[in-house]
Design a protein around this ligand. Structure first.
Ligand SMILES: [Zn+2]
Length: 490
């Protein structure tokens, strides 16, 4: 007997194919049948009449390393959007492997309160599995985390022996089930690293067929060089290269996505490469004076120097206090910010590109976070697909499911088809929308009816029903990007 039938809905299967009317049958955490299941017995029915039924969304770009360890209270920022799998450890920043009694340098502090107690990456994966996360987790090792651990002076490239120690940590992590490596050469702890260092550290990726996600060294004036460097690293290692949150920052770089996307297309003919992006024309990261000068507006998301600044405009606050924005940056640090520095045309062009997946880049521990944390996926469905008609709904879903699963080697996720894990979202195509704004950034989205994680109803009408249905998806074979799911709970 089936555990569940999701009946009467319209299936958008995650492959990009046109929708079809079908029921979906689930047993033991897996999709077992797609078609006319009327009259079939099942322990539970979910009426999806008039609704879209699609694979659970895969948030390929997150910093949820620590968020996943906690038990969610109240609405969950990701489940309420229909997200069922997150990729952690992006931008060079991962919670493991690092032992530290003190706060490591920014931007590692974006991962929230100090919790640097995992000597090996496998210890973190074990802790995550024991915590039974709300969503499935695919975990990356951060190059900056490895640098903080092994490089004596972060202002210089790693010595050969330091690079060898970082590579050994990565190999150990891949053996334990990490999916790959992330880099953030833009950020202070990794700025001094050369491409050669990343290639030396990333060497274990090649045999393990791990993935490499890269926050480029520059997303502004020097974007061309930064893009060339990232493509070179991917080629040298012979692995899938993911260009993280692709964007063009600063007015004089607006419109340059025409050239950067052409460069990605040209590279894609010879090497595996893809991108992710979030559907907003404002970015968010640590508060940096250099980024302030490139922005038309800057909102403070958190500040240890002056917590009362969270949620305020940096420029307005500087005027009030009679100081320059740069001087205020010093007073607020360490801190985080939202930067308005992109052009909408670039956002649309990048989001619509066939190699672009959706990733939120949300920062769950910020006092007043960028709304992408709560709104990314419904915003693509509502604002960009339904209202702006940037692409059909089937394409929007593909960018959040099938494309992402394929690129990250999640062989049994991201599709509504027999044999796939029962990560499923039921939503109202006519009303799905983000509600998180820069003023009210933690307002849950609307129009997401039900979210199933591994066959369990995890979230219904925004309410968390099952907060521990997720699994740690460990990369288990050196022969290819295949993943194992631990025994599916019933
Ligand atoms: Zn980043």
């Amino acid at each position: 007997m089936l555990d569940l039938i999701i009946a009467g809905g319209t299936v958008v299967d995650g492959s990009g194919a046109p929708r079809l009317r079908a029921d979906v049958g689930v047993a033991q955490g897996r999709i077992t049948a797609v078609g006319d299941l009327r009259g079939q017995p099942a322990r539970a029915h979910h009426d999806a009449t008039g609704r879209i039924v699609c694979p659970g969304f895969i948030d390929v770009h997150t910093h949820d390393d620590r968020l996943l360890l906690g038990t969610p209270h109240g609405p969950h920022p990701k489940l309420t959007q229909g997200v069922t799998t997150v990729v952690t450890g992006n931008c060079g920043i991962s919670l493991a492997p690092l032992l530290s009694a003190t706060t490591p340098p920014a931007p590692l502090d974006l991962l929230g309160a100090d919790d640097w107690r995992y000597a090996r990456f496998g210890d973190y994966l074990d802790a995550l599995q024991a915590a039974r996360p709300a969503l499935n987790a695919v975990c990356l090792v951060g190059h900056s985390t490895l640098r903080v651990r092994h490089v004596a002076d972060l202002e210089r490239p790693a010595t050969p022996s330091e690079a060898a120690r970082m590579a050994a940590d990565l190999a150990d992590a891949l053996d334990a089930g990490a999916s790959g490596l992330s880099t953030g050469l833009y950020y202070p702890p990794a700025r001094a690293a050369t491409a050669e260092e990343v290639i030396a550290v990333g060497a274990p990726l090649t045999a393990a067929r791990g993935i490499l996600t890269m926050h480029l060294r520059d997303e502004a004036d020097a974007i061309d060089d930064a893009l060339r460097e990232a493509l070179h690293i991917g080629r040298a290692l012979g692995v899938e290269a993911v260009l993280s949150h692709h964007k063009l920052i600063g007015q004089r770089n607006h419109g340059r996505s025409v050239q950067t996307l052409a460069a990605v297309d040209a590279a894609a003919a010879h090497q595996p490469v893809c991108m992710d992006c979030y559907p907003y024309n404002a970015s968010s990261t640590m508060l940096l004076a250099a980024r302030v000068g490139q922005s038309s507006e800057v909102l403070v998301t958190w500040s240890r120097g002056d917590p009362s600044a969270a949620g305020r405009s940096l420029f307005a606050l500087a005027r009030e206090r009679g100081c320059t924005p740069e001087a205020l940056v010093e007073q607020l640090a360490p801190a985080g910010a939202v930067y308005f520095a992109m052009h909408e045309d670039d956002v649309r062009r990048i989001l619509a590109h066939p190699l672009t997946m959706v990733g939120s880049d949300g920062l769950a521990h910020d006092a007043v976070p960028h709304p992408r944390l709560w709104g990314t996926f419904p915003r693509v469905l509502g604002h960009y697909a339904r209202e702006q008609r940037l692409f059909p709904l089937e394409t929007a879903v593909y960018k959040m499911t099938g494309l992402s699963a394929r690129r990250f080697g999640l062989a049994d996720r991201g599709m509504i088809a027999p044999g796939y894990a029962a990560d499923i979202v039921v939503f109202d195509e006519a009303h799905v929308a983000d509600r998180a704004s820069f003023e009210h950034p933690t307002t849950p989205s609307i129009g997401i009816d039900a979210v199933f994680v591994n066959g369990h109803l995890a979230c219904e009408q925004g309410r968390t029903v099952h907060a521990h249905a997720g699994q740690v998806l460990r990369r288990t074979t050196k022969l290819g990007p295949a993943y194992s799911s631990p025994g599916l709970a019933t």
